[in-house]
Design a protein around this ligand. Structure first.
Ligand code: ADP
Ligand code: MG
Length: 332
């Protein structure tokens, strides 16, 4: 099951500002609905270019299209790919190291076995998972310039970072077109350019991992807000819920105690990589990582119904009461 809106962008339209043109277009790509909205006089051109770019990246990165860069890499050997693909993979390998292995694009053989790539779900037995884990590991992927090679049997998927990187690329297209206010909803990954046309901040809703509504909002500008949650793609069997984010160490759905991880920062790519990684790493490791590196903020929801936010969000996060007031983590 794919949730169409993991975070809700709250847009207000100001009807009496007729000079503020608003152009919005949606497209189905990367297995989700994406909506690009731009304001101002260059909005139409910027949105058209953005939609074309999304289609191009979707084709390059679609693991189900035999001609895509990823399918060609997954057939083995040394493959020359587009520069965007080489950059995506280099970035993911770097983030694999930085997150202590929590983000790992080589999990595709295991994800397939669980049925997360097709929707034909089943719980694999221990032997099968152990055998498949032999065919994972980011150290078995090499990038040199625009050439990528993987060791025998290794298969990679861009799923955990593709939308965040797309957000950065589209934001750049907006700026190149002179658009100073835009909001890009990449199936719940929200990326904003500048402020709202009226000069106020964007108010982004954070989806309740246990229900249909939102548990809080953050007010931001010129930033990405990316959430990874177990509710986005999952199945249930014998009373257990199995979701699509796996712990690379076990080959099983990550059970870290975190049921929703949101990362807020200037770069969608980093936010996307870290939100997936934090879902795997859990509360303590997320806090340690943030204290060590900084440069972004986070919101976690735990399986015992607590919300934890980093200090930078203290005046930007508003709870709607669902999980009560958040615990605020500081650098000390
Ligand atoms: P979503 O795509 O649902 O917004 P994520 O950015 O967290 O959420 O990416 C999850 C996708 O990444 C999964 O559908 C799967 O293809 C892949 N994946 C699952 N676990 C991991 C992991 N530990 N590291 C990297 N990719 C993963
Ligand atoms: Mg991600």
């Amino acid at each position: 099951m794919v949730s169409l809106i993991a975070a809700v962008a709250v847009l207000t339209s100001c009807g009496n500002h007729s000079a503020d043109e608003q152009v919005s277009r949606s497209v189905f790509a990367m297995d989700t609905y994406m909506t690009v909205t731009a304001f101002g006089e260059n909005a139409a051109d910027a949105v058209t270019e953005s939609i074309e770019e999304i289609a191009r990246l979707d084709k390059l990165w679609n693991i189900n299209d035999p001609d895509s860069d990823f399918s060609r890499i997954n057939c083995g050997g040394e493959v020359t790919v587009s520069h965007d693909t080489a950059e995506l993979i280099s970035f993911a390998l770097d983030m694999n190291e930085k997150t202590g292995g929590a983000l790992d694009i080589t999990l595709l053989p295991v994800l397939r076995e669980w049925g997360f790539t097709t929707g034909e779900y089943h719980v694999p037995n221990d032997e099968t998972i152990s055998a498949l884990l032999e065919y994972t590991g980011s150290d078995k992927v090499k990038v040199s310039g625009d050439t990528v090679s993987v060791e025998k049997g290794i298969m990679i998927t861009p799923g955990a970072v593709a939308k965040g990187i797309t957000g950065d690329i589209i934001s750049e297209i907006m700026r190149e077109n002179g658009v100073s206010s835009a909001i890009i909803d990449l199936g719940g990954n929200i990326q904003t350019v500048g402020q709202k046309p009226d000069g106020s901040e964007w108010k982004i809703g954070l989806k309740d991992p246990r229900g249909q509504g939102i548990f809080g909002t953050v007010e931001i500008s010129d930033m990405a807000v990316v959430t990874s949650g177990g509710y986005e793609r999952f199945f249930e069997q014998d009373g257990e819920t199995y979701w699509h984010i796996l712990d690379p160490k076990t080959g099983r759905p990550a059970r870290s105690g975190v049921i929703s991880a949101t990362v807020i920062g200037g770069e969608g790519s980093l936010c996307d990589a870290l939100s997936t990684a934090f879902f795997v790493m859990g509360e303590q490791q997320t806090e340690d990582f943030w204290r060590r590196s900084g440069g972004f903020d986070f919101v976690l929801v735990t399986d015992d119904d607590r919300v934890i936010i980093s200090e930078g969000l203290k005046d930007r996060y508003t709870s709607n009461g669902l999980y009560g007031e958040p615990e605020v983590i500081s650098f000390e």
